[in-house]
Ligand binder design. Structure first.
Ligand SMILES: Cc1cc2nc3c(=O)[nH]c(=O)nc-3n(C[C@H](O)[C@H](O)[C@H](O)COP(=O)(O)OP(=O)(O)OC[C@H]3O[C@@H](n4cnc5c(N)ncnc54)[C@H](O)[C@@H]3O)c2cc1C
Length: 283
């Protein structure tokens, strides 16, 4: 069992990991990619790099610094976090257990840019089966997704109904799906009666549904938080001055809590969260 699992290997996650490790805590960092600091992003305003540094190099340096301190940094995608008496973190490859979790997953970028999506978001369109699925028991549900994240949500959905259609929205299905129809067309529009979503219109047909669940790309901090019952405001997690959410032991830092979206602020958040985590781990 880890003291802390940190989701995200960006500036917030790696800074927190370094402070925790140097306090002798057993830490695991899991990150799926370079987050906001992908190829092409040039950082000119961060302390200590005259002439600037590329986003990719900054991430690589951070990970190197962490591993040199003996921190385990895994390249995996987290698809679910659950809490009973401790946290269980499920990735596309494995499950891990920890006393505390720090969410440092940056800002989410996966949404659906299709007609009707914003109009019916929250009105028949949901991002969390665990949170809203109960209201759709026995109904005909659409699940939009194509990968491990979608499969995970599908397993939760099977407890609610057997009338499920998967829509990949033009993405190739990367996981096996048995027993449910899969529509691989691109979605053109979500239509409704003005109050709630009623159907999905694709390039090749129209499908009547009672509810739509979106599990596209990778889940981010807001998806994890919503599932576990942590407070969210817009696309930000709500945290106290110690970067702890309303769920004991669940912390969040960096872009995921909003404020100034910059490397310096993310690194500082990570440090503050680590100092607070250290205190609660001592208890
Ligand atoms: C185009 C662009 C230019 C920018 N320019 C600047 C600049 O010049 N100066 C500056 O200070 N800031 C700049 N920023 C902002 C800066 O990149 C962010 O503020 C900073 O990277 C936030 O750090 P973070 O650790 O919170 O999140 P991120 O750096 O976004 O890291 C998020 C981490 O979470 C991981 N993750 C997310 N979901 C999952 C999952 N499901 N499973 C596993 N891992 C997951 C990602 O793989 C990544 O490791 C720029 C951002 C962009 C997009």
């Amino acid at each position: 069992m880890y003291d802390t699992i940190i989701i995200g290997k960006g500036p917030a996650g790696i800074s927190a990991a370094i402070y925790l490790k140097r306090s002798n805590k057993h830490v695991l960092v899991i990150g799926k990619d370079n987050g906001s600091l992908y190829d092409g992003v040039m950082i000119d305003n961060y302390y200590g790099f005259p002439g600037g540094i590329s986003g990719t190099e900054l991430i690589e340096r951070g990970v190197k610094q962490a591993t040199e301190f003996g921190i385990e940094v895994l390249q995996e995608e987290v698809i679910a976090i659950d809490k009973l008496d401790h946290f269980t973190v499920t990735t596309n490859k494995n499950t891990y257990e920890a006393k505390t979790v720090l969410l440092a997953t940056g800002k989410p970028r996966t949404t659906l840019r299709i007609k009707g999506f914003q109009q019916y978001r929250g009105k028949g369109i949901s991002f969390c089966v665990t949170c809203d699925g109960f209201f759709f028991r026995g109904k005909h549900l659409a699940l939009i997704g194509y990968n491990d994240f979608m499969l995970h949500e599908l397993k939760d959905m099977e407890f609610l109904t057997d009338k499920i259609t998967i829509f990949t929205n033009g993405n190739p299905l990367t996981v096996p799906v048995e027993g449910y129809p899969v529509v691989e067309d691109k979605i053109i529009e979500i239509t409704g009666d003005g109050e709630v979503a009623k159907s999905i219109l694709t390039e090749n047909g129209e499908y009547a549904i009672d509810g739509i669940f979106v599990a596209l790309g990778s889940p981010g901090a807001v998806d994890f938080a919503t599932r576990i019952g942590a407070l969210v405001e817009g696309s930000n997690l709500v945290v106290n001055e110690d970067f702890q959410t309303n769920i004991e032991g669940l912390f969040a830092a960096g872009d995921t809590v909003g404020g100034v979206l910059q490397v310096a602020k993310a690194a500082a958040d990570g440090m503050h969260a680590a100092i607070a985590l250290k205190k609660i781990l001592k208890k």
